[in-house]
Design a protein around this ligand. Structure first.
Ligand code: UD1
Length: 420
């Protein structure tokens, strides 16, 4: 199993080019199931979750032609099977996103229940209830969902009981080719959905209109037309590199994202003392000499503070002057990084879903274990700010979602080495 060796503390300076967004790519790749004609997707990040999704799509009988020089694929339909196996879906929760499009287009699907990060129970009841409202019948047996919609899916009114990124995506994907109009309320409005998935499908001829902050109307169409589409940049990768600069008194120029998309994160980084300037799709960030604490920070659905940056900000706040509290409100078990941060000398205690970070910690390198995607990158960040050598084991978690992270970090001054 690969591991990282990091020698800190590191001086950070340079330019980062962001990769395509993993969380925007996954539903868009699932959406290609809806097409008869070829589709080109550009700017895909070269990460494990994307190759798993491409393998899944191939396993249905699509031909996937990769062009490695520009991170694009052309996906063409051939002979279709509607079975998503455990071996492909087990590592990636987004595997459930193929259920809506398979039902909508082919009226049946057998899909394994998904896997993913160990950050909570992560059920799929909102996905299944929304698809049932559109006409799906299903049974769950031995870890598989056996689903059909013999007469095809029909538009409906659905109000999600709780905001869910995946369930909103699955319902939009299913409704795109359903008969009649679907109205979805209390939707997730992450930019990967409200901007990228919507723009992609509408470019192909779908009729999706956001009618309110969390309401969307989808008029079903008979078919989608061939399209070429470039995925947006990864806002979580952007936030992660901002934290790298902030914790290390570093200076980074980060290219490729409209700063308005991460205005919450920018506000927080300014609050801890970072200097930030934005120009077009470029963000300049300079880390402060002394990091200020944040008294209370809670994770929230977009456009609140993202749970996918909670672990990274926790690493940052370990170095802040004074006490900070982070309340994790989206997932019930997303604190697996805390035990590992403590090995570096962090002082953090947990009360239910709140982490109390004492701050002022002099971190010292240690041997650590990655536990999930974002937790792993938080360990990398903390190791960058620690004195001496850190070894981070099981970095396959990182490879699920960060494209060439060690090369990007090396280029801006991190002393990092991968051992295979
Ligand atoms: C997506 C993101 C993930 C991010 C999360 C929250 C992708 C591929 N993943 O995950 O990076 O951390 O949004 O922003 O885009 N829930 C249920 N029943 C369901 C669905 C969800 O109870 O059927 C609960 C979850 O357990 C969780 C909350 O709802 O507590 C939000 O989850 P959701 O927004 O669905 O996250 P994902 O789509 O899995």
């Amino acid at each position: 199993m690969d591991k990282f060796i990091i020698n800190g503390p590191c001086k950070i300076k340079g330019t980062i080019k962001l990769s395509g967004s993993k969380n925007a790519s996954l539903p868009i790749l699932a959406a290609t199931i809806l097409f008869d004609e070829p589709v080109e997707i550009k700017n895909l990040p070269n990460v494990k979750d994307i190759s798993t999704m491409l393998d899944l799509i191939k396993s249905f009988g699509f031909i996937v032609k990769k062009n490695k020089t520009n991170n694009s694929v052309i996906i063409k339909k051939k002979k279709i099977k509607t079975f998503a196996s455990y071996s492909l879906v087990k590592t990636m929760r987004a595997g459930i996103l193929v259920l809506g499009p398979l039902l909508s287009k082919y009226k049946k699907a057998i899909t394994s229940l998904p896997g993913g990060c160990l950050i909570g129970a992560r059920p799929v009841n909102f996905h299944l209830n929304a698809l049932a409202k559109l006409g799906m019948k299903h049974k769950i047996r031995k870890g598989y969902i056996y689903a059909n919609a013999k007469k095809g899916l029909k538009g409906s009114r659905i109000k999600f009981p709780q905001i869910s990124v995946g369930a909103t995506e699955n319902a939009i994907l299913a409704a795109t080719l359903a008969e009649g109009t679907t109205i979805l309320k209390n939707c997730a409005i992450e930019p990967e959905i409200k901007l990228d998935l919507t723009n992609f499908l509408n470019k192909a001829g779908a009729k999706i209109k956001w009618t309110g902050k969390r309401s969307v109307e989808i008029k079903g169409v008979k078919k989608l037309k061939s399209v070429s589409y470039s995925i947006m940049s990864d806002r979580i990768e952007c936030g992660t590199f901002c934290v790298v600069a902030a914790i290390s008194k570093g200076e980074l120029k980060i290219n490729g994202l409209n700063p308005r998309i991460i205005r919450t994160e920018i506000k927080l980084l300014k609050k801890i003392g970072a200097k930030i300037k934005t120009y077009g799709e470029t963000i300049f960030i300079k880390g402060p000499k002394k990091i200020k604490n944040i008294k209370f920070l809670e994770t929230k659905e977009y456009d609140g503070f993202p749970t996918d940056l909670q672990a990274q900000f926790m690493a940052l706040l370990c170095k802040a002057k004074g006490r900070s509290v982070i309340h994790e409100k989206i997932f019930e078990n997303r604190f697996t990084h805390i035990g590992e941060l403590k090995r570096l000398g962090a002082k953090i205690s947990i009360i239910k879903n709140k982490a109390i970070i004492t701050g002022n910690s002099d971190l010292e390198g240690a041997e650590l274990m990655s536990s999930d995607l974002r937790a792993s990158v938080a360990l990398v960040i903390a190791a960058i700010a620690s004195k001496g050598k850190s070894i981070i084991n099981r970095i396959y978690h990182l490879d699920r979602g960060y494209e060439s992270i060690e090369n990007k970090l090396k280029k801006v001054g991190v002393k990092i080495k991968r051992l295979s």
